[in-house]
Design a protein around this ligand. Structure first.
Ligand code: SF4
Ligand code: SF4
Length: 402
């Protein structure tokens, strides 16, 4: 079976992925010694003690139940969903398939509670009710009396992560047996949140964006290593983000790094070869992607082709992936929320996920979204990493027809 595939056509139809930077470990795989289970190895998710294969399934972009059945057959035992995905339909599909397979006791199920950023100022009692209701609704859709991991979804600042009512209600859900373990997911502002969790505690698991393009981000690497030392379980997401698609937007000089196909197994292995990462949750939409991702989990040794691929492309993706650092925001006189729009662009162009696109756009307060760009003659925003923000904003406007 080929471990390489061209997602470009696929991207045009629907989904996507890809990523970027530095080979993790140049010698043999030296992380947690894998214990073979079927064809895949397992590791322990921090102090939770949960055993999960190195490759899990991010269900976000999947809508075909047969894909989950195939994942089960291939040895995937951790399924990551969210109330937010497909407005609950994603959880329903996970629940239906797990029941049909009679697999509940053999899988680790994670879901998430998503309070949109624009509502995070609401009163404590409203937050509490929102979390309790969301958890109950998720369990109903999943047909389960508990999940293994319950995340606070999309955390990018410490104030929200440690807002007392958020910590209290998550702890209460854990104590009530609705979730065996609690954690948070983070797509931007990752390292401060991860570092805070490592020092202040209160959380069991962190699902963080982590990919090849972040390989030189020392703050993030240190925060992840520290969290791992403190017993937190680390799950990697967005492991294969987008570089294939974006390469054509890069300056000519960089085009040479983008010749040939993306070897997705290489960037996936790069992420899970880090000893502090327990498992990755790549999002699959096709059987071909799923098979390739699982194949990567069967041996973490790079093949010669994967090694050559990574070594030949150390430069390029540093410019392709929006790290959500928000350093560009001050450049826009209208205060447009560029990082969120870049994430919306990722969902639209790379994942082909209409629901996620709309949800990201809905997070933006009136006046700070694409409508502000419509009559703007010249975009003044400059990305510190060279991402062509104006081009992506224009592309996004064409997609959503603002
Ligand atoms: S196009 Fe104009 S309004 Fe939109 S982000 Fe750029 S500077 Fe701001
Ligand atoms: S566009 Fe660039 S500066 Fe703005 S958030 Fe993304 S990576 Fe940071």
């Amino acid at each position: 079976m080929s471990t390489q595939w061209n997602r470009r056509d696929f991207l045009r139809r629907a989904a996507g992925t890809a990523a970027a930077a530095g080979l993790a470990g140049t010698g043999s795989w030296a992380g947690t010694q894998p214990t073979p289970v079927g064809d895949m190895s397992r590791r322990t998710l921090g102090r939770t003690g949960l055993q999960v294969p190195v490759i899990s399934l991010g269900v976000m972009n999947a809508s075909n139940p047969a894909l989950l059945r195939r994942a089960w057959d291939l040895g995937v035992r951790h399924f990551d969903t969210a109330a937010y995905y497909q407005r609950g339909r994603n959880e329903e599909m996970v629940g239906e398939v797990m029941q049909e397979l009679n697999a509940r006791d053999e899988v680790v199920i994670a879901t998430k509670i998503y309070l949109p950023p624009e509502r995070r100022h609401i009163a404590d009692e409203e937050v509490r009710q929102f979390f309790l209701n969301s958890a109950e609704e998720s369990l109903r859709r999943l047909r389960m009396d508990h999940v293994d991991i319950l995340y606070v979804h999309n955390v990018s600042d410490i104030d929200y992560l440690y807002r007392p009512v958020v910590v209290e209600v998550m702890q209460a859900l854990k104590q009530a047996g609705k979730a065996r373990f609690i954690g948070f997911t983070t797509h931007r502002g990752m390292d401060p949140c991860i570092a805070a969790a490592a020092e202040r505690g209160g959380w069991d698991v962190i699902a963080t964006a982590f990919n090849y393009s972040l390989g030189e981000d020392k703050d993030l690497l240190q925060a992840m290593a520290r969290a791992h030392e403190q017993g937190l379980g680390l799950v990697a997401m967005k492991t294969q983000c987008t570089q294939y698609w974006y390469r054509e937007h890069l300056p000519d000089y960089f085009q040479r790094f983008y010749q040939g196909e993306i070897l997705h197994t290489a960037v996936l292995k790069w992420a899970v070869r880090h000893p502090f990462v327990t498992t990755a949750i790549p999002g699959c939409t096709t059987f071909e992607q799923l098979e390739a991702d699982v194949q990567a989990g069967r041996t973490l040794e790079y093949t010669a082709a994967e090694r050559e691929f990574l070594e030949s492309r150390n430069v390029r993706a540093a410019l392709s992936y929006c790290r959500q650092c928000a350093r560009c925001v001050a450049g826009c006189p209208a205060g447009v929320q560029v990082p969120t729009l870049m994430r919306a662009h990722l969902y639209a162009v790379c994942y082909g996920n209409h629901d996620a696109l709309q949800a990201a756009l809905a997070e933006i307060p009136p006046g700070a979204g694409l409508e502000a760009c419509r009559d703007c003659q010249t975009c003044r925003v400059t990305c510190v990493r060279g991402i062509p923000v104006a081009e992506r904003l224009a592309e996004l406007q064409r997609i959503v027809r603002v």
